[in-house]
Design a protein around this ligand. Structure first.
Ligand code: SIN
Length: 304
């Protein structure tokens, strides 16, 4: 009833972890019941270690979380040394997430991940707003998306997912560029650039200044972008943006997503993917539907 597919990848559930929210090693899957998580999407890894941004790195907002982590990680060599064996032992698809500051760095990540059987797919994080001064060099122009995705495509036959940014005027040209360059699926989307001010100190609340907003506050923005992208491309869309219950997930499926990443909700409730899976089974059973039947079924109103 929950089974879905993202291109060639068959998943037992449309629920995936969102990169950066469930760790590097799969340990947190112990919070979940077998069969509830469709795939484990790992935190971003970069070729070299990154210390991340100046603290504070997190601030809560009324319906969300503003983060400025800055892709902290130990670099791909240590990541593989420390985690590969544990990831290989997991009995579910694992998606590696690759970051970089240049086309060559993305290529280096795909060269590292591509040959490894532990990974069912590679998600290219083109859209972290907390590095390179928030300039988003690989997710702001179709030309840059084309360059990086086609360079990575040439290096691997593994499914390549491309995680796009919501911090653009129109997302569809970027989605089309990624598809034409060989992406197998598009993750829509990363966090929304935001600012919280500590007015007494006359300083931003986050050490780095701006941050990326996630959680329920961004869900309608992500929903709109999922719809736009699903209308524009033929490849599958993976939603990422504030889902926290079955109703949110079902909305994303109807809007055009084949799978839905759960992120911020898991910080408060690490087992929420199992709670959402149980809710989904109840909702779908009540309607006599399978999750995959709902994908892209949104009926759009006629113009007045
Ligand atoms: C971060 O590490 O700053 C968050 C990850 C992301 O936004 O891609």
């Amino acid at each position: 009833m929950l089974a879905t597919r993202v291109g060639a990848l068959e998943l037992c559930s449309p629920l995936l972890t969102a990169s950066g929210t469930f760790g590097h090693d799969g340990e947190a899957t112990a919070f979940l019941e077998a069969g509830d998580l469709g795939a484990l999407v790992l935190k971003t890894v970069t070729p070299r270690p990154r210390h991340g941004n100046r603290p504070p790195r997190l601030v809560e907002t009324p319906a969300g979380l503003l983060n400025s982590i800055g892709l902290e990680n130990r670099g791909v060599e240590v990541f593989l040394e420390q985690n590969l064996a544990a990831l290989e032992a997991l009995e579910l698809p694992v998606v590696a997430n690759a970051g970089g500051e240049s086309v060559e760095e993305y290529r280096a990540m795909v060269r590292a991940f591509g040959p490894l059987d532990a990974f069912a797919a590679i998600e290219l994080n083109l859209s972290c707003p907390n590095v390179q001064g928030g300039s988003l060099p690989f997710s702001s122009s179709p030309e840059a998306v084309t360059e990086v995705v086609s360079a990575c495509r040439r290096l691997t036959d593994k499914p390549l997912w491309v995680k796009l940014s919501p911090n653009v005027t129109r997302i569809s040209p970027l989605a089309l560029a990624a598809e034409a360059a060989g992406a197998d699926a598009l993750t829509v989307c990363n966090t929304v650039l935001g600012l919280v001010v500590d007015w007494r100190r006359r300083r931003p609340a986050l050490g780095a200044g701006f941050g990326g907003l996630s959680g329920p506050a961004v869900r309608p923005i992500a929903m709109r972008m999922v719809r736009e992208v699903a209308q524009a491309v033929e490849i599958p869309v993976i939603a990422s943006g504030g889902a926290a219950c079955a109703d949110d997930v079902l909305q994303f499926l109807v809007a055009g997503a084949s799978a839905v990443q759960i992120g911020t909700a898991g910080f408060r409730e690490p087992s929420c993917i199992s709670r959402i899976a149980a809710e989904l089974r109840r909702e779908l059973a009540a309607e006599g539907l399978a999750a995959a039947e709902l994908v892209g079924t949104l009926a759009w109103p006629d113009p007045a």
